[in-house]
Design a protein around this ligand. Structure first.
Ligand code: ADP
Length: 162
């Protein structure tokens, strides 16, 4: 059985993330979405909220081979614990490449077996990031079409309340 892990902050999960996840769900028998703490980012949504929103997406999109969990610590340990052979990441621009290149080098150092596969962002989502969504939402702009519809109201409400 092929198992992939898609790690990220997902703060919040966007349609760009969904695009990558759907591709991964096609490629692997099982995909674990791992909501991880990124020490360089201060999250807006709690881990529980992020997991709940991803669970909503899994349910509404019918992604029956996708599971969602959280993990603190090294990704390679999480991947090993769930039996994954591959990490899944997305690439939007050359700036992502630089960052991903470094992370990949670290993960290769920590694990000889684990490899990372990358999906290019679809052109429609190449500008889209969780930060953009938060910026737009905080100023009362519409986030329709930027996040999965099932979570639109929860996210909008939370961002405008801040
Ligand atoms: P992290 O803090 O780990 O970078 P993110 O939630 O920002 O977590 O992103 C998780 C992964 O999804 C990263 O590989 C990122 O490049 C990718 N990603 C984010 N937004 C998009 C998008 N619009 N299209 C494709 N991939 C994306």
């Amino acid at each position: 059985m092929t198992i992939g892990v898609y790690p990220g902050s997902f703060d919040p999960f966007t349609v760009g993330h969904l695009d990558v996840l759907a591709n991964a769900a096609d490629l692997f028998d099982v995909v674990y979405v791992a909501v991880l703490h990124n020490s360089q980012k201060q999250p807006t949504f709690t881990k529980e909220e992020r997991v709940q929103m991803i669970e909503n997406v899994i349910r509404t999109e019918g992604l029956s081979n996708v599971r969602c969990g959280t993990f603190d610590g090294l990704l390679v340990n999480y991947a090993k614990a769930v039996g994954a052979t591959h990490i899944v990441r997305g690439l939007r621009a050359t700036s992502d490449f630089e960052y991903e290149f470094q992370i990949d080098a670290v993960n290769r150092h920590l694990s000889q077996e684990l490899r990372t596969v990358y999906f290019m962002a679809s052109p429609a989502h190449s500008f889209l990031s969780s930060s953009n969504v938060k910026e737009i939402g905080a100023w009362g702009g519409s986030i329709q079409g930027l996040v999965p519809q099932v979570n639109e109201d929860i996210i909008s409400e939370r961002l405008t309340r801040k």
